[in-house]
Design a binder for this molecule. Structure first.
Ligand code: 5GP
Length: 112
């Protein structure tokens, strides 16, 4: 059980911006850009490394949901970044797989 599971089950609050039967999206508590949203599958999946072909649909839906949201809030034409950290060296700190959507300002060169 991760902190994101507790957000899904409403045990702890979050600023939820999108939800359907399969995905929840909420504002990151420590934003790294003016827009910083986390897109999280509701089914337990700790990391990208743990994903299998059975997860292909939810992986695609996660990406398309982030893209739809970026378009909806008006940052898509200027551009944005999506990031998925995997395991320790990737900087993953919450072990329920999630996609970061970052935008709302120029983000610079990746990794700079
Ligand atoms: P990771 O490092 O695993 O890729 O990303 C985890 C993200 O979750 C971090 O950006 C961190 O700020 C965010 N986060 C951690 N705990 C909470 C929380 O309780 N609420 C929200 N909204 N975000 C959280």
């Amino acid at each position: 059980m991760t902190i994101f599971h507790k957000i899904i089950s409403r045990e702890i609050p979050a600023d939820i911006v999108f939800e359907n039967d399969r995905i929840i999206a909420f504002k990151d508590i420590a934003p790294l850009a003016p827009v910083h949203i986390l897109f999280v599958p509701k089914t337990t999946l700790p990391t990208l490394d743990a994903a299998t072909p059975d997860d292909a649909q939810i992986m695609g839906e996660l990406m398309l949901t982030a893209a739809d949201y970026a378009r909806k809030i008006g940052i898509a034409s200027d551009g944005y970044r999506v990031v998925m950290n995997c395991n320790d060296h990737g900087g993953q700190t919450v072990y329920q797989m999630h996609l970061h959507l970052l935008g709302g300002a120029p983000l610079g060169t990746f990794g700079a």
